[in-house]
Design a protein around this ligand. Structure first.
Ligand code: GLP
Length: 241
């Protein structure tokens, strides 16, 4: 596990974007595993900037996102599909037919999850998986206690995750209660993993997840067992280690 110390959020975003662009340059037809949340927004903005300068080409890249809310349409501003379109897909020359997310509008959870597992297998697995870190240690939407063996599954979001997400919705009742997410097993099968973390409010979970015991109570702790993980974190997020 390699930890790259960044000065602040912008520095973290540039360093993470550098790692992703190196992947795209080295393997133009790579499969990127992508994440949502506020942390990677700066990383995507940096990639877009380098694309506009002509330094990056996404035309052969395939992407598979970690997760999607169950029940939100793609044009709902809070869906992860919308997020990805806004922050990356509509701003670079990626082929939209090669961008995949779980289908939030598939009401049959088993079908949605099986279909997504098939998509990931069909694209040949993930070369580089980008991850954010939830305050309770979740990655994707893998909430505390979930078995490490899980592949894509439907989760009931915890109170704390729904509260953290509330800021994006008009009322608490509008916050989706379920989501489809890649499981820990799926995430651990990625060849390389890149975690981005920023802010003092993540310092305690950074310490617990990456320097504490490996336990399903802290889902991100399993990353200690992966042989190619890079964490790019700013000084605030690293302030307790
Ligand atoms: C959501 C997403 C996660 C993300 C997490 C942290 O729950 N499903 O993939 O990592 O939020 O978000 P943020 O980066 O906004 O702290």
């Amino acid at each position: 596990m390699k930890i790259i110390r960044a000065k602040d959020y912008n520095d973290m975003s540039r360093k993470a974007a550098n790692i992703i662009s190196a992947q795209v340059i080295m393997k133009p037809n790579c499969v990127l595993g992508l994440a949502t949340g506020s942390t990677p927004i700066g990383t995507y903005a940096q990639l877009v900037e380098w694309y506009k300068k002509g330094d990056l080409d996404f035309s052969e890249v395939t992407t598979v996102n970690l997760d999607e809310y169950k029940g939100l349409t793609r044009d709902n501003e809070q869906s992860y599909y919308y997020f990805m379109k806004e922050n990356l897909f509509s701003k670079v020359n990626i082929n939209l037919e090669r961008t995949f997310l779980p289908d939030g509008m598939e009401p049959d959870s088993d079908k949605a999850c099986e279909d997504y597992n098939r998509v990931i297998a069909h694209v040949g697995g993930v070369d580089l998986q980008l991850l954010g870190l939830g305050h309770n240690g979740h990655i994707g939407f893998n909430e505390p206690g979930m078995a490490f063996e899980a592949e894509t599954h439907c989760v009931n979001l915890t109170e704390s995750t729904m509260k953290a997400n509330q800021r994006f919705f008009p009322t608490m009742d509008d916050v989706p209660k379920q989501a489809y997410t890649m499981g820990i097993k799926t995430i651990m099968q990625a060849k390389r993993i890149l975690v981005v973390v920023s802010g003092e409010d993540k310092a305690a979970i950074v310490k617990e997840a990456f320097f504490g015991p490996i336990t399903p109570k802290v889902q991100a702790s399993v990353l200690q067992l992966h042989n190619d993980v890079t964490i790019v974190a700013d000084a605030a997020a690293l302030s307790l280690i």
